[in-house]
Design a protein around this ligand. Sequence first.
Ligand code: ATP
Ligand code: MG
Length: 567
Amino acid sequence: MSSDAPAVPTNFIRNIVIEDLESGKHQEIVTRFPPEPNGHLHIGHAKSICLNFGIADEFGGRTNLRFDDTNPLKENEDFMNAIMDDVRWLGFEWDNLFHASDYFGQLYDFAVHLIRTEKAYVEELSADEMLDYRGDWMNNEPGRESPWRNRPVEESLDLFERMKNGEFEDGKYVLRAKIDMNSPDRFMRDPVMYRIRNARHHRTGDEWHIYPMYDWAHGISDAIEGITHSLCTLEFEEHRPLYEWFLENIPTPSMPRQIEFSRGNLDYTVMSKRRLRELVEEGHVKGWDDPRLPTLAGLRRRGFTPEAIRAFWSDLGVSKSNSIISMGVLENYVRNDLNVRAPRTMAVMDPLKVVLTNLPEGETEWLEAPLHPQNEEMGTRRVALTREIWIERSDFMEDPPRKFFRLKPGGEVRLRNAFIVQCTNVIKDGSGNVAELHCEFDPDTRSGMPGASRKVKGTIHWVSAEHGVPVEVRLCDRLFTVPNPLGEKDHDFREFLNPHSMDVMEHVIVEPEVAEGGPGDFYQFERTGYFCHDLVDSKSGRPVLNRIVTLRDSWARIEKEMAQRRK
Ligand code: ATP
Ligand code: MG
């Protein structure tokens, strides 16, 4: 978060919207979110969704979900359904659902209008030739006009219609706008509006043999829908003159304004659909909803909450400066949200048996523990106490350093929600490893007894050996080991995949209520982190939980250490 953030969270786009309402330029704000259904949405898209829906919601306007389905080769229904699920999961509902393909007829008619007014022509140079003719705009060299540029209108109209009817093979002709081959803006050098693609479209079937290019379809679709503010990411800044040219040269139904903002980027991950698709198709992850991916489906499965994601993008704000946000920041939003809402429970990740020698065998005592330390309304849970319990192997050291405040031979520690115990005996196995501890509890330190508040330095968590249930836990972590896997020179980003991005613990002991939970249920495992039942793999009788985040940001420490080492 930038330290100079204003007290009232506003941004330049919101300010433009307020101005346009106050000046009477618009009575109602209409925005849209225009995904291409060629992959799943990721956390970057969530920024755009929160912005578009957020602005319209705030000012009583409308937001359309519009699928930019202009490329029949890469797009499909499954992606559309997944995108709708993701937008709804984030907490937004569109006013209208549209498709660029809904407008293919109108787009065609507007294109015919441009041909008639001598502002578009059918080109038959090859793609390579067109590139060559376009000239070196970067060095301000003028392009050359195509020999087909001044083809008679009737001829272009005839060819264009026959392109539409499927008379030609792919690549034979394109329709180009006639703008300016000397423009310093490469997009204005007679851009292509239509290409021939004899492909079946998942919505329009075999009706069309030509498909519109993004720049043509997008602005016109905005105008047809009466979009007032067409919010998009900075890479479209260069396209804005073309966006406006198209609207100025057709009998436009309305005049939307394109405004660009910077993309949301996160470190330790990749966010382009192309890279995500590679990770999925090459099997580096288990699917688009793999909990390690920054896709919304992945984050949902991981246990990230829509509330946390919305708060994250809202606080980070919207601007025109590109930056990469630390994954730790997003994780902190998740932590803060779950801290308020997650019921507490105890789970032992790496169990070590403890026998409480002064508790009777075969008996269960039920203790009462709060579900949340600050929120009494969440109530209490029953915690089973038995003679044999599990504790965390790392909570015992036979020969500990000075500041180790957990359990050691002869030492005392408080068992969370129970009482103080003292380690009286360490039992070893044949190879000399610690197999079991014997402890005695101090009855005077139980809840309600005079010694209940006696202080010892350490408190550890535990689970009854008799009642605890073993579950599988997946320790989700960063997918890459470096902050910018795509930016490492001379390296392929796959080289930086984190081999420990999902270590599996097969035998974590949880309280029975956790084992009985269902997909999506989440908890804080006290002293350890936040966990939730996997949406796909957790089954009754075979629970599987994901670690959502640790309780503290362990990566911040690692990064600090690395920075110090570099110094
Ligand atoms: P990618 O480059 O990740 O494949 P895209 O821009 O091709 O994404 P679209 O489906 O075209 O994906 O995106 C839909 C909308 O989401 C667009 O308006 C785009 O500007 C916006 N968007 C995409 N990525 C981000 C991002 N990282 N931050 C903010 N908005 C984004
Ligand atoms: Mg795109």
